[in-house]
Design a protein around this ligand. Structure first.
Ligand SMILES: [Zn+2]
Length: 246
């Protein structure tokens, strides 16, 4: 059935199509991730053509047909172009990494309001927050892993169930999860997690402020979460945007 849908959406990417059109990938509030065509977008007078650009948040009107792979955009208005992100190479790199996660690991056409809100929130933080950009990205990455259903517990050893182990020499196995100092001896650790990194993840989990050693810890945390997701989702090959500049 044909339906007219008005929705907010974050532009993930766009490609040229035909002589004057573009096809965009969008993460929308109402329909989740979708592909949509904007006809005549590359004609010089097309205002929507300029607005549909990666990282921007827009409000669009679509002709949505549920059995069609590519929807048709009939109009677009800009809500924010996140100018501070685009003028800062570090922010831009992490914003693209955020988009990469959404583009590659969400299911097309599956609405997820919490993920949409999380995405908008993180773009706003990249744009205006004074917090270290890598830490902001870790906050999103941690939340995203939870949204995908692969959340890892930080409360107890996943083998023996013992709690209050934060001060111990911890291990981590991608299959089982966190290991206490005893279980670390008899189980293979597939990832290193020292106390500093453990505390960092605990702060992410509790949404607490992080101010020590942020550069080093955020890159360790990204590496950890990247490896963890690669283990669980074999189609995920890692984040390319971050490696471009590092
Ligand atoms: Zn244990």
């Amino acid at each position: 059935m044909n339906k007219i849908v008005k929705t907010k959406a974050v532009v993930l990417k766009k490609i040229n199509y035909g002589d004057t059109s573009i096809i965009a990938s969008l993460y929308s509030e109402e329909l989740g991730r979708i592909s949509a065509i904007l006809k005549g977008a590359r004609k010089s007078k097309s205002k929507p053509g300029l607005i549909i650009d990666p990282i921007n948040i827009v409000e669009i009107v679509l002709y949505n047909k549920s059995n069609r792979e590519i929807q048709l955009i009939s109009s677009a208005d800009l809500l924010s172009n996140y100018l501070n992100i685009k003028e800062d190479i570090e922010k831009l790199k992490y914003a693209y990494a955020t988009i990469e996660l959404i583009q590659n690991l969400t299911i097309e056409g599956e609405k997820d309001l919490r993920l949409f809100k999380g995405l908008v929130k993180i773009l706003e933080l990249f744009n205006t927050s004074k917090e270290f950009t890598g830490v902001i990205f870790c906050r999103f990455f941690f939340f995203f892993i939870k949204e995908l259903g692969y959340q890892f517990s930080l409360k107890k050893c996943t083998v023996c169930g013992r709690e209050d182990i934060s001060k111990e020499d911890l291990g981590f196995n991608f299959e089982t999860g966190l290991l206490c100092s005893n279980c670390k001896k008899n189980n293979i650790s597939t990832a290193e997690i020292n106390q500093e990194l453990f505390n960092f993840f605990t702060c992410l989990s509790n949404n607490k402020k992080i101010s020590n050693n942020v550069k080093n810890l955020s890159s360790k945390a990204v590496y950890f979460m990247e490896s963890y997701l690669k283990y669980h989702i074999n189609t995920f090959t890692g984040l390319k945007s971050i490696k471009l500049i590092d």
